[in-house]
Design a binder for this molecule. Structure first.
Ligand code: ZN
Length: 281
């Protein structure tokens, strides 16, 4: 068993081939955590989870959806819609047994709308992050945290909260110093296909730092994920990322930690069930 702890299988881009992708995942014994980013994608994640035994859902609002922002990613470009955290709407979704976490929520300074100042953006992101944090506590669910170009800002907010904080910093990228902060708060780290990329000739330190984190992270405090449809692992670079490709992330962790794939697989399975304790097997 393998758990892709963060993917967006409910996104429109999978509409045509979702059945096929899910068949491959079922054959390979891969479980999926479909992560909501807005009201609509959260609802879709729950619906998919309700109709597939190997899919679970997280519900929440991604920080890029707090303002209309033009987002141009490798795989897609779109103008994000402005949304607020509608507690009533999410409480209704949280009634499902298949909802195992809240998020992705967090901080994002990579995409800042042109007509807003960084201060304005941060103020709103903090407000909506804390609303989701309190919602998660109320519903006894862990958090799925997104952070891009904003470790300092996220850490400053987390420092004010009671510890331990239940959740995962998804798609972790950063160095060991930053990683230790999150681990001290009680959080897990989620690794994506980024750990399979070769180091950039121009900036080799970034990848070296990330591999150091993979090497050092305690065995009981990390998860793996694809973030599909984004971030295909090196072997499939250029293709749309699909949840079963999480196998490549698993193999890379085993290499870096100098353990067998089987050992790492078992460790990750246990970690996934410990953090997302609403999953019943
Ligand atoms: Zn994501």
């Amino acid at each position: 068993m393998l758990f892709d702890s963060h993917c967006h299988i409910q996104f429109k881009g999978f509409d045509e081939e979702r059945e096929k992708v899910l068949e491959v995942c079922a054959e390979k014994n891969i479980w999926l955590h479909a992560i909501g980013t807005q009201k609509e994608t959260s609802r879709k994640a729950v619906e998919l989870a309700e109709s597939n035994s190997n899919i679970f859902a997280s519900i929440g609002i991604h920080p890029i959806h707090l303002f209309p922002t033009y987002v141009d990613e490798e795989e897609s470009s779109f103008v994000s819609r402005e949304e607020n955290f509608d507690e009533e709407y999410f409480a209704e979704l949280a009634k499902s047994d298949k909802v195992i976490a809240v998020g992705e929520c967090g901080f994002e300074l990579y995409h800042v709308p042109k007509d807003k100042t960084v201060e304005e953006v941060l103020k709103k992101q903090k407000e909506i992050f804390l609303a989701q944090y309190h919602f998660a506590i109320k519903h006894n669910l862990p958090l799925v945290i997104h952070v891009r170009d904003a470790h300092k800002e996220l850490i400053a907010v987390l420092e004010t909260l009671p510890k331990p904080i239940r959740g995962v910093v998804h798609c972790f990228s950063g160095d060991w110093e930053v990683a230790q902060k999150y681990l001290d708060f009680g959080l897990y780290l989620g690794f994506t296909g980024i750990i399979t990329f070769p180091s950039k000739k121009t900036e080799p330190k970034i990848q070296k730092d990330l591999w150091e984190v993979v090497k050092n992270v305690p065995l009981d405090r990390f998860l793996i994920e694809t973030d599909a449809p984004y971030l295909a692992p090196q072997k499939y670079r250029g293709k749309r990322c699909e949840p079963w490709m999480v196998e490549e992330v698993l193999k890379q962790v085993a290499i870096i930690k100098d353990l067998s794939v089987k050992e790492v697989q078992n460790i990750i399975w246990e970690n996934s069930l410990r953090l997302f304790d609403k999953i019943k097997i």
